[in-house]
Ligand binder design. Structure first.
Ligand code: GAL
Length: 590
């Protein structure tokens, strides 16, 4: 994928006029422009101020806020407020709340309190999106629309509610048509789990022990599809009223829905980049690493998301919320070191971002995020991050992003994350972690920008190498892409080890000629296996039968890396040392 570097990088900020007295809006807008922030995002949580009671609208304040921002020349990202249904909505539809895995409804009192499957709430979202679209869709200063806010954040993709159960049964009926087909493909003969009707099927929580993997996997597919169709309802209605770009702001390491599928209905992928929060809150690194990078974050984690969202946006992507100082929500919330906000911003542009916007304009003295930094302090003076951004905006006038073009790519497949959560086999086997390990190894070997490819890719183009680690099941598209590809293919571990129905393939994995995985051995953190060429296998190792050439072995003599023509298979998960050795041998053999 080519990075489009013709675009001039631009900055922006997230603003909540409803949080501030109206008499400071004009000054805020003027200061945004003076700081060099041409973009401003508004409205994503403002539903209760727009419709305090059903069908009683108060748009005038938002009209005035938009005019105030527009009069200074700011470009506006307008949002639909559907991540924060107002209290009356929950009174109207008490069953719209999602349920957790313990079978408890999640309460009103923060945000994202809705179930993607609730038909009444879906209709309300279409209604508010239509009303907003009618009112603002043609506004000349509104240059983009954001739908909802951070799908899946706060563990909100999956719900085990009665409405989810009903929608799941319908989804299953549409997929299988007959209960016999479902029974045979799920394999419900095991433990006498056979069903006679679709309405007997529950969500796969609260079972005494493990549910059928195929049941749990279908539930994950269903949950993802609900997000996709929820988003599409709003994108369809907005398209009737506006010609500008539609986007969503995705989160870091949220893998419960297929972002590529959501992205099909949008024009730009954006993501919310909180490097220090992510390092503390969702990194696999140990305490020493986290301490070392506590004021910078994990640059590889950041870069992976930049590259992932570039793929989700089919080349077009932004950072819509960039951390400008400490956040409030991680176990520890340090401030970035001096210069780091600038560095994060430049890194995003070097990966092809069109816009980087900061969350938020001014620190808010009330509410759960009162400890979250903004570009301004509560007293309206510039924060440390704000000062950095102000200087950066000047620097950007002449900044030319690096023109790196990716020569290697990694296939990233959301369904594989779900599959290996359904069946980890080893508690440390995490698909995202495997992808991030490979990605990080490639960065250490000198690849700053790496393309991420969905499992629907039909053609790998002219990359030097494409990596397909941990893929749950082959797609026809990938099979075709592999056949046509002349570069190096690096496959495994665990790739192709199940069919669509979560069965072990009859001919044994990975489904490549001359190679069979005959057994799997998982490795405790204290039992890594050393390799002849250096480094270790960790977490996962496979016994293979093969006529391929063995190029690395465990010191005990088991094949660990084998090759045939342009393909290499990894029969285990290399640690960082082994990965560096394998990648350097591979890249020098080119
Ligand atoms: C994001 C969210 C924002 C704000 C921010 C705080 O996840 O979209 O609304 O809560 O986190 O860091």
């Amino acid at each position: 994928m080519k990075l489009d570097m013709k675009l001039k990088p631009e900055l922006g900020v997230c603003y909540y006029p409803e949080h501030w007295p109206e008499d400071i809006w004009a000054d805020d807008a003027r200061r945004m422009v003076e700081m060099g922030l041409p973009w401003v995002r508004v409205g994503e949580f403002a539903w209760s101020r727009l419709e305090a009671e059903p069908n009683q609208f108060t748009f005038e304040w938002l009209d005035r806020a938009i005019e105030t921002l527009a009069n200074t020349g700011l470009k506006i990202v307008m949002c639909t407020p559907t991540a924060t249904p107002p209290r009356w909505m929950v009174d109207k539809y008490p069953d719209m709340l999602a349920w957790d895995a313990e079978g408890r409804p999640r309460g009103f009192g923060s945000r994202r309190h809705y179930d993607f499957s609730h038909e009444g709430y879906r209709a309300e979202c279409v209604r508010i999106a239509r009303i907003l679209g009618e009112r603002y869709g043609a506004h000349p200063s509104i240059k983009a629309w954001q739908i909802d806010n951070e799908y899946g954040c706060h563990d909100t993709t999956i719900s085990y509610s009665p409405v989810a159960k009903q929608a799941f049964q319908k989804w299953l009926f549409e997929k299988y048509k007959t209960i016999d087909d479902l029974n045979s493909r799920w394999g419900t003969v095991f433990w006498s789990m056979e069903y006679s009707r679709f309405d007997q099927i529950e969500c796969p929580n609260l079972t005494v022990t493990e549910p059928m993997p195929a049941h749990a996997m279908d539930f994950r597919r269903f949950a993802s599809d609900q997000v996709v169709s929820f988003n599409k309802l709003q994108s369809d209605v907005l398209r009737d009223h506006t010609k500008v770009d539609l986007l969503h702001n995705y989160m870091g390491r949220v893998t419960e829905f297929d972002h590529f599928a959501v992205g099909e209905d949008l024009d730009i992928a954006t993501w919310d980049s909180y490097p220090l929060g992510f390092l503390e809150d969702r990194s696999d690194h140990d305490a020493d690493y986290r301490a070392k990078y506590s004021r910078e974050g994990d640059a590889d984690f950041q870069a992976l998301h930049h590259d992932l969202y570039r793929a989700v946006g089919k080349g077009r992507w932004w950072v819509l919320e960039q951390q400008p100082g400490p956040v409030n929500w991680a176990p520890h919330n340090p401030s970035p070191k001096a210069g780091q906000v600038r560095q994060w911003t430049l890194d995003a542009f070097d990966h092809g971002a069109e816009v980087v916007a900061y969350f938020r304009w001014r620190q808010l003295p009330f509410g759960p995020e009162q400890m979250h930094a903004g570009l301004l302090r509560c007293d309206g003076e510039l924060s440390e991050g704000g000062k950095e951004v102000m200087a950066l905006a000047r620097e950007l006038e002449s900044y030319v992003p690096n023109k790196a073009r990716a020569t290697v790519a990694i296939v990233f497949d959301y369904a594989s994350q779900w599959a290996w959560e359904v069946q980890p086999q080893d508690q440390n086997f995490n698909y995202f972690r495997l992808i991030l390990d490979v990605y990080t190894g490639l960065r250490r070997s000198g690849h700053d920008v790496i393309d991420i490819l969905p499992s629907t890719s039909e053609d790998f183009g002219d990359y030097d190498a494409v990596f397909i680690p941990g893929l749950f099941t082959w797609t026809d598209a990938l099979r075709g892409a592999i056949e046509r590809f002349n570069g190096q293919l690096i496959i495994g571990p665990r790739t192709g080890s199940r069919n669509e129905d979560f069965h072990i393939p009859q001919t044994l994995p990975p489904g490549l000629d001359g190679l069979k995985v005959t057994a799997v051995d998982t490795l405790r953190p204290d039992t890594p296996l050393s390799l002849k060429d250096g480094g270790h296998l960790q977490i996962w190792r496979e016994d293979i039968e093969t006529n391929w050439t063995v190029i690395d072995k465990t010191t005990g003599g088991k094949p660990a890396r084998v090759t045939s023509e342009n393909m290499t298979y990894w029969a285990g998960w290399p640690d960082a040392e082994a990965l560096d050795i394998w990648l350097s041998q591979m890249l020098s053999n080119r």
